[in-house]
Design a protein around this ligand. Structure first.
Ligand code: NOJ
Ligand code: CA
Length: 725
């Protein structure tokens, strides 16, 4: 129970923004007010010809679309300085992987222009610029109110084949210029050598190579350390966010330990790429979004949007279903990154017809006003057409035209996102739907945004008996004008005092947006966002919302009141605090002031101790058909302060094979951890068999460990937790 509200005294309100540096619209862990612009660095602007690779790596006219085309960080700096992103309403940039890549060519035509073939993760790709150029990009971005996100990789090095040092660089991996080893010769087990993945299972994807890229063994202490040092180095440049490539191909347990490195060092918004295909509903992708400590690129939503607005193979009812399903599936729906196209998909624009342009605009309007953090692929504001996949969909940026309807739409809705908390934090409610038209509302603490889209190019839709939380005025029905100034076929609506919208016509192809902003300076505190989603004692936590007041109030985390000394700053819309020592778990957070308490907000995982990645191997683990083996990890020592967790099903096909089983889990460091094993039919909740006694493992203070157990007599054995496979 929460006791009475105590006031935290003696704290200064948040410092006023430095006039020389326009304030970034929100913190580095909260992207709720942001719109991300996704750039393929090599395909944007060639700002420095001197760093272009020489032929045969380079295609001056970009006709050879698998070669380098010259784009670099200097080019992005030019565009920032020219005000293009400001006019478009963009507040965050995502750029290609910045690491040095192999300069080997494959099939005489395929180069590393995309950045996904790293050879030295601690050095820059010279075709994009030096570290000085990169720091300049960060600085210029910040001076112009832009956050900078980079794409990063932990899964792989460059192309490598077993026993083939002559294939490219042999998958060689360097540590700031010093060779660590190469995939082809690998004497230390730094890489997984289990041939290419056929994508048949998660295990296959995690432990086999993606294409023929040197698959890193994150469980090896050298690779574990390298990947954690590497990310600290990039965080130290001042970046604000990360896209993490191919997270599906890296063990979840290890990735939790890597997220700890980020959140302890410099917390930034992080979204992993867990690819799912059209109509694929993969519970593992949601589990990852909820358990890894990072957000995801919201492929389930993206694929559905493309089905609705590109392929026209699903209708608005299906889109509404996806909104509802993902609201349940994600623990933090507003933190997932939404998009309608990217560098791995055919571009959203199918043709240059007005009809297709309108569908692109509708897809954009949806992501810009819906829950999640919208991301726009470079060139989509100009309806760049790209029927095929990479590299056809990655042409050189062709135009910086600021007058297309899509450009203006993005600019207007980005402004709405920055200014209306309903879009930043609100729940998403269906108000009216049929096969072609969708009316939905975002709502948060007295703020509302109502959106209507009619996908049908020729037929108008009559909307009647729809309700809204837009308010009437002075006891009379109130008129709301379309915020898009009727440029996209919208019209005003009338809202009565019972929340009814007078019947209205949604013209063919219409997009309309109506909004209400709560202008009161005082009100009950409402907490909309917290980040980072994983925190340890001492981690800086940022709470965002409205009506926190300019003078410090109180913050409750679960049943614990945060002490004044742990509150770093307090502003009306943002509070920064240091997480005190609390019981590990998933407590809800509330903000209080003047005797009023916000609704509780979930989404925080409190960890008591550092995490280590532990590979658990069991031998002779036979099961009945259809059965799988799971692990429960639970600390044995009270001082360990870690929550119990279930892991599995354990794998048995790649690194170790049936009847041995293995799984990489994250557990508290420097603790005695009890491991209990149970068997379960995949489709049933109740275990078919459980081992009562725990196997107790002593974990190291950091890094990785492996424990190997046999079924016979394992009750009495305490295995050592050292070494690696
Ligand atoms: C996903 C990236 O988006 C894709 O472009 C890349 O080829 C693979 N990961 C491998 O890094
Ligand atoms: Ca260049």
């Amino acid at each position: 129970m929460l006791a009475g509200l105590l006031s935290v005294c003696g704290l200064a309100p948040a410092a006023p923004p430095d006039p020389g540096h326009p304030p970034r619209p929100s913190s580095a862990v909260n992207f709720g007010a942001d719109v991300i612009y996704h750039i393929v660095t090599d395909r944007f602007v060639d700002g420095d010809r001197t760093n272009n690779p020489a032929p045969p790596q380079f295609s001056a006219d970009c006709q050879l679309t698998d070669l380098y085309c010259g784009g670099d960080w200097a080019g992005i700096v030019q565009v920032i300085r020219g005000g293009y992103f400001k006019d478009l309403g963009i507040t965050a940039l995502l750029i290609s992987v910045p690491y040095e890549n192999t300069m080997a060519l494959f099939d005489e035509t395929r180069s590393s222009y995309h950045g996904y073939w790293p050879r030295d993760m601690k050095r820059t790709n010279p075709a994009f610029g030096s570290f000085a150029d990169f720091r300049q990009l960060v600085d210029v971005a910040h001076q112009h109110g832009l956050k900078l996100m980079i794409d990063v990789i932990t899964n792989q090095g460059s192309p490598g084949l077993d026993g083939r040092p002559d294939h490219g660089d042999g998958g060689a991996l360097y540590d700031d210029g010093k060779l660590i080893d190469s995939f082809a010769t690998d004497s230390q087990g730094l890489f997984n050598h289990h041939s290419q993945s056929d994508y048949s299972s998660l295990e296959d994807m995690v432990y086999r190579s993606l294409y023929d890229l040197a698959d890193l063994n994150q469980q090896h202490p050298v690779i574990d350390r390298y990947l954690k040092e590497m990310i600290r180095l990039w965080l130290d440049t001042g970046i604000d966010g990360l896209r993490v490539d191919t997270v599906k191909h890296v063990p979840l347990g290890w990735q939790r330990t890597w997220m700890e490195t980020i959140y302890r060092h410099r917390p930034v918004f992080t979204a992993g790429e867990w690819y799912t295909g059209r109509d694929e509903v993969n519970p593992q992708s949601f589990l990852f979004a909820n358990e890894s400590g990072m957000s995801v690129l919201d492929f389930p939503m993206s694929q559905r949007l493309r089905q609705v607005f590109r392929y026209l193979e699903k209708d608005m009812l299906a889109l509404d279903q996806t909104v509802a399903d993902t609201a349940r599936a994600y623990r933090r729906p507003i933190d997932q990154v939404t998009f309608i196209d990217n560098h791995d998909m055919a571009r959203i624009s199918l043709s240059n017809s007005a009809e297709h342009h309108r569908l692109v605009e509708q897809g954009l309007a949806f992501v810009l006003t819906s829950r999640g953090v919208p991301m726009i692929f470079y060139g989509t504001e100009h309806y760049t057409v790209g029927q095929g996949h990479a590299p056809i969909n990655r042409p050189m940026m062709r135009s910086f035209d600021r007058f297309t309807p899509a450009f203006r739409l993005i600019s207007r809705l980005a402004e709405l996102r920055r200014s209306n908390p309903a879009i930043q934090y609100g729940s998403q409610i269906k108000r009216w739907v049929n096969a072609d038209a969708y009316v939905y509302e975002r709502r948060f603490a007295g703020n509302s945004v109502l959106v209507a889209i009619n996908r049908h190019a020729k037929q108008a839709v009559q909307v009647s008996e729809a309700s809204t939380s837009l308010a009437c005025a002075d006891g009379q029905a109130k008129r709301y004008d379309d915020l898009l100034a009727q440029r996209f076929g919208g019209s005003p609506i009338m809202v009565d005092c019972s929340g009814g919208i007078a019947p209205f016509t949604l013209s063919p192809g219409a997009i309309a947006v109506w909004a209400m902003r709560d202008e009161r300076s005082e009100g009950a505190p409402a907490l909309g966002h917290l980040g980072p989603p994983m925190a340890w004692p001492g981690t800086e936590l940022t709470l965002s919302g409205v009506h926190f007041g300019s003078r410090p109030g109180v913050v409750w985390i679960g049943d614990s009141l945060v002490q004044a000394a742990d509150v770093l700053s307090w502003g009306d819309t943002q509070i920064r605090l240091r997480l005190p020592a609390l019981p590990a778990g998933r407590p809800e957070v509330r903000v209080g002031r003047s005797g009023q308490l916000s609704d509780p907000l979930a989404g925080l995982e409190v960890l008591g101790r550092s995490l280590v990645s532990l590979r658990v191997v069991i031998d002779e683990a036979k099961v009945a058909p259809g059965e799988a083996v799971y692990i429960e990890s639970r600390p044995e020592d009270a001082h360990c302060n870690a929550a119990p967790q279930i892991w599995g099903p354990m794998y048995d096909q790649v690194v170790h094979r049936h009847p041995s089983r293995y799984f990489d889990i994250s557990v508290a460091a420097g603790c005695r951890i009890g491991l209990r094993f149970f068997k379960k039919q995949a489709d049933q909740a109740a275990p078919t068999w459980a081992l009562g006694d725990a196997h107790v493992v002593s974990t190291p203070a950091g890094g990785t460990a492996t424990t190997r157990l046999t079924l016979q007599g394992w009750n009495s054995r305490e295995p050592s937790a050292s070494g690696h496979d």
